[in-house]
Design a protein around this ligand. Structure first.
Ligand code: FES
Length: 155
């Protein structure tokens, strides 16, 4: 699927957002600094047959679906296929200091992890550790609904 077709497949909730779905590891957002806005009003679909979604074909794979900086908070989402083969989605923006560095890692039963300061979160967003003196806050997670090859991610 061409990028244009992939973008067309996005739902109305994010129709005006310019998205840059990235395979794992393409984020460079650490250089952009923290305090990014946690996504809200999220409701879009992802075509799992698109090339951008290829990392989701295997357990433990994940992709980042990001807006550009000027559209901060619209669609900064990490979508993963967990180790049990289920699709899960969470904020790419870490609840610790707001860096867009959350990824899915195959630790334990599979967790969300932010490499900036090492925050770890269960798949339901529950914090698993505390990286400084402040109480750890939950990572925002999103609902997913699979219809054929189309995955809806929403609140
Ligand atoms: S910003 Fe993610 S652990 Fe600090």
């Amino acid at each position: 699927m061409e990028r244009k077709e992939f973008l067309r497949s996005l739902g109305a909730g994010a129709a005006f957002a310019l998205l840059f779905p990235c395979a794992q590891g393409c984020s460079n957002d650490e250089e952009d600094g923290g305090n990014r806005v946690v996504p809200s009003g999220v409701d879009f679909t992802l075509d799992l047959t698109s090339s951008e979604a290829t990392p989701l074909s295997g357990n433990g794979g994940f992709i980042e679906v990001t807006s550009n900086v000027s559209m901060d908070g619209l669609t900064d989402i990490v979508v993963a296929r967990n180790l049990q083969g289920e699709l899960v989605a969470a904020s790419l923006i870490c609840s610790h200091e707001g860096y867009a560095e959350v990824e899915f890692v195959d630790q334990g039963e599979g967790i969300f992890f932010c490499e900036v300061h090492g925050s770890q979160f269960a798949q339901d967003g529950t914090p698993l550790n505390q990286v400084d003196s402040r109480p750890a806050r939950a990572l925002k997670v999103f609902n997913v609904e699979l219809n054929g090859d189309i995955l809806r991610i929403f609140e």
